[in-house]
Design a protein around this ligand. Structure first.
Ligand SMILES: [Zn+2]
Length: 84
């Protein structure tokens, strides 16, 4: 599910908004309820590019090294073959 980042044009508050596929609600600023928002490119905001890259790298490393992740995949594969 995409998480969009918004900046409020009314008060400058920045927040992330999780957009559900079925949701038709318009996001509003949690600080001042304004709907005068500017959508930022989530994860690629200019000021946080380096931070995002570092975070993505760390997350990827963590996923690859995670034993639980592999175990979960094996367990799921075994479960599927078991049910066939
Ligand atoms: Zn606001």
């Amino acid at each position: 599910m995409p998480i969009f980042e918004y900046a409020c044009n009314a008060c400058g508050h920045r927040f992330e908004f999780l957009k559900l596929p079925a949701a038709t609600t318009v996001p509003s600023c949690p600080a001042c309820q304004s709907q005068n928002l500017e959508r930022l490119l989530s994860g690629f905001a200019l000021s946080t590019t380096d931070q995002t890259k570092a975070r993505a790298k760390a997350a990827r490393k963590q996923t690859l090294e995670s034993k639980d992740y592999k175990d979960a995949q094996v367990a799921r594969a075994e479960e599927i073959s078991h049910h066939r």
